[in-house]
Design a binder for this molecule. Structure first.
Ligand code: TEU
Length: 590
């Protein structure tokens, strides 16, 4: 078969630069701040850093609106700072993956300024322009060319008064969508990517890359009711722009134009909302030469009903069914990414764990174990390694994220009661992920000497910081180090087959991993792991539920490879058939 790729046993760490570490006291994280903290990442043991956008940007969407792909936003530093970061990572054996945001640019990018300057501009066709709906006047309510809704509220079209045409923006009006049908656009993107690789970066995380091929024409479906807001008449429209007709062609072309023949070890991961297992198989099949792995959204869509603003409790069986399907679907061809958190998701310990003082550390360790023992490449989002939690929001004016701010405004404009809207935004807001990283217990958590751009979570003073956890072997941080080391040292963690156990159990998440190989003498050998996680706050007896997880003094022994209760003697843990609240065990069949 194919040789095992270098990233099969890698762990990726995501840095959101605005919130990581501020070196100059302006309250905004920056690149020198990251470079100064590289030892934390090296101690954690991660192999790759994915850096969210640091490019020149008006910061309408915190850098996902780029005005110059080959320049650094001044608040983040300079190109030289970025080179120093790259060198610092490489010197420690880590690689740097940049964010690639090419579904859209900023409206302040020179390409869009040129396109907008006149309908006859050479670059007009680099974006999507359409006249008003037939029979309607430009600017009239509902005259937008389609009923598509922007991901950040309101229509996905904005009128350009001068020409009487609308331009498409699936995100904010300051993020116009590029027209990938135009080969000049694709060539410009490829050239820019090659420029970054030549400069020394090691790959790209590709923002909403499955949105670049779209069918701009039909209305979104209004029938379903779930993706349509009756108050606005807008529909999602995703069926017209997710994994559109030319998406595989575009990604294969990008691979050929940018990556083929490069001797360097690169990594590509495509962020793909709405991607199915079948799509992902093709995107990540090495034979397709498209991307190494994708970010899928199925699991993070399980705990809300329709819109992300209507949370419902997670049913653990649904999570097992989903992860189980992805594990099986990409077992033979393709590869999974594994994540709980990123800069768009609320904190996992608050979301599916329990952030009360009693269970916070245990639930963070449990969920990390569950994720990292799956087959795929785990992604750790900054702060996740110390169990950072959601922020205790108390008023609407605390939010900075455009998605949250626009949603709050839209709800209130449509008569929503702020007292009812605020708690739902508090639970789901992307700003939960964006509060500053908690380095120590000092007033701004060691993030900045100035006024942080977004409030620091007050819990940093209660041990939820890097300094307090670094030398504590029972900490969430120490547990992450052990999980990452386990993947690096045990091939079965990276490569073993996956079998879900107890799919119908509401609380115990259990699975087996199995790898056939050879022992030190070259004889056939099987390595087998059993992972058992108690996803809840009361104890569970495994005696009848999962007898193979309970040590049998007369039969084969069970060895504890990694437990989530480091204060206990491993022999005692293995001998105890009762899983404590939020306990996780990684057992080896001997
Ligand atoms: O997000 C992709 C995306 O689809 C978002 O709508 C995401 O699902 C949403 O934020 C969840 O609430 C990517 C980036 O990760 C995000 O930060 C950007 O805002 C967005 O693309 C536009 O570039």
């Amino acid at each position: 078969g194919e040789p095992v790729p270098w990233w099969a046993d890698a762990v990726v760490y995501q840095v959101y630069p605005r919130s990581f570490a501020d070196s100059d006291g302006d309250g905004i994280g920056d690149i020198p701040g990251i470079t100064a903290r590289l030892d934390h990442l090296a101690d954690l043991g991660v192999d790759v850093v994915w850096l969210s956008p640091v490019y020149a940007s008006p910061q309408d969407d915190n850098g996902y609106d780029i005005s110059d792909y080959q320049a650094v936003h001044p608040a983040f530093g300079t190109l030289e700072d970025l080179d120093a970061l790259t060198d610092g990572l490489h010197a420690r054996g880590m690689r740097l993956v940049m964010d690639l945001v090419v579904n859209h640019t900023s409206d302040e990018h020179a390409w869009f300024v040129d396109a907008k300057s006149s309908p006859t501009s050479d670059r007009r066709d680099w974006y999507w322009w359409r006249g008003p709906r037939e029979g309607m006047a430009a600017g009239a309510p509902g005259a937008e060319p389609t009923n598509w809704r922007s991901h950040f509220s309101g229509p996905a079209w904005t009128l350009d008064e001068a020409s009487g045409e609308y331009y498409l923006h699936l995100f904010s009006r300051k993020q116009p969508d590029l027209n990938w049908e135009n080969p000049e656009v694709r060539a410009a993107v490829h050239q820019m990517m090659r420029w970054w690789l030549d400069r020394g970066v090691d790959g790209f995380r590709m923002d909403v890359i499955n949105m670049v091929s779209k069918h701009v024409g039909p209305d979104g479906q209004l029938a379903d009711g779930r993706d349509t807001d009756p108050r606005t008449g807008l529909a999602g429209g995703g069926e017209q722009y997710l994994c559109g007709p030319r998406i595989h062609e575009y990604l294969a072309e990008m691979h050929a134009e940018v990556f083929a023949g490069r001797p360097e070890k690169t990594l590509t991961v495509g962020e793909m909302p709405g991607v199915t297992v079948a799509d992902a198989q093709r995107f990540t099949d090495p034979a397709s030469r498209e991307v190494d792995m994708v970010f899928q959204f199925e699991h993070v869509d399980l705990d809300h009903d329709g819109s992300k603003w209507h949370p419902v409790p997670l049913d653990l069986r649904g999570l097992k069914a989903s992860f189980g399907r992805w594990q099986a679907g990409l077992a033979e061809r393709g590869w999974n990414s594994l994540y709980w958190n990123n800069h768009d998701q609320p904190r996992i310990v608050s979301r599916w764990g329990d952030d009360s003082p009693e269970h916070r550390a245990a639930s963070a360790r449990c969920l990390a174990t569950l994720l990292h023992l799956h087959r795929g490449t785990p992604y750790v989002y900054q702060g996740e390694e110390i169990g950072m939690a959601n922020f205790p929001w108390s008023s609407a004016d605390e939010f900075r994220d455009i998605e949250s701010v626009n949603h709050l405004a839209e709800e209130v404009a449509h008569g929503g009661d702020p007292a009812e809207v605020l708690p739902r935004v508090a639970v789901s807001s992307r700003d939960n992920a964006r509060t500053p990283v908690q380095w120590d217990a000092s007033p701004s958590a060691g993030f900045t000497t100035g006024e942080p751009w977004l409030a620091v979570n007050p819990d940093h003073a209660d041990g939820w910081n890097v300094a307090a956890q670094a030398d504590d072997p029972t900490s969430v941080l120490a547990h992450h180090r052990r999980l990452i080391a386990l993947r690096h040292t045990w091939p079965v963690v990276a490569l073993g087959d996956f079998t879900m156990l107890l799919p119908e159990h509401e609380r115990v998440y259990a699975f087996a991993r199995r790898l056939e190989g050879t022992d030190a003498e070259g004889a056939p050998a099987v390595d087998e792991l059993l992972v058992v996680c108690n996803v809840g706050g009361s104890a569970v007896d495994l005696t009848d539920l999962l007898p193979e997880a309970v040590a049998d003094p007369d039969g084969w022994a069970v060895e504890l490879v990694l437990g989530s209760t480091p204060e206990r003697d491993p022999a005692d843990v293995v001998a105890d058939p009762v899983l404590a609240p939020w306990e996780a065990r990684v057992l080896r069949r001997a």
